[in-house]
Design a protein around this ligand. Sequence first.
Ligand code: ATP
Length: 230
Amino acid sequence: MIEATEIDVSYDGIQVIWDLSLSVPEDEGVIAIVGPNGAGKSTLLRVLSGLHPIDDGRVTLWGEDASTLEPSEIVEKGFVHVSEERNLFDEMTVRENLEMGAYTRREGLEGNVREVFELFPVLERRASQRAGSLSGGEQQMLAIGRGLMAEPKILALDEPSEGLAPQITARMFEKIEEISEEVTVLLVEQHVHRALSLAGRAYLLENGEIVTQDTGPGLLESEYVEEAYL
Ligand code: ATP
């Protein structure tokens, strides 16, 4: 369980998140965060993963104050963030990239690789290829697979469908749904309709503030989303 309470966040003195509160429980499958470009979605994920400080408010992860935790400790506690940039090691193989995801432990690694290969069979076929040689969709699968290698309780995905062809995007959403049966997924997405359809809980973020929250389908039917996106 992650909770942010009334947080303010800024870059170089310019505030971009205002008095934001949100919680990520572990029994609702997909928790979606939607909102226009620049709303602060990626910033929020960076804050939760300990990569960017808050100016005010409080973030707790499983009851512990996040300000006392290093990003690596946040991973160990069970929150893993797959950023928009993917950050793969291009010169390393697919398998080596996956192994890097489990850097905090050595036991059970082979079993985790196997599970990732079952989820994304294409990665097994490409296991000894350089990550840099993969297609965009395959790289995204590898980034998600590497995130899963750390055995997260909550997996944050920032725009996993970014840059993917429509057909691949549809497959990616199927995979996200499959992952969410085992691991809570905190999902930031531009494909609002698809994201909300999956979400047990959803937040609409605009200009750094939560405008409304509901179940995913509930938010899909709300006037805010209807006006803004549909
Ligand atoms: P997008 O979908 O475009 O990534 P977003 O909702 O994820 O949008 P953020 O990337 O979190 O939004 O950006 C929120 C605000 O913070 C924007 O005004 C953006 O310009 C600003 N911002 C983001 N990153 C930085 C940074 N490294 N330095 C300064 N300002 C930043």
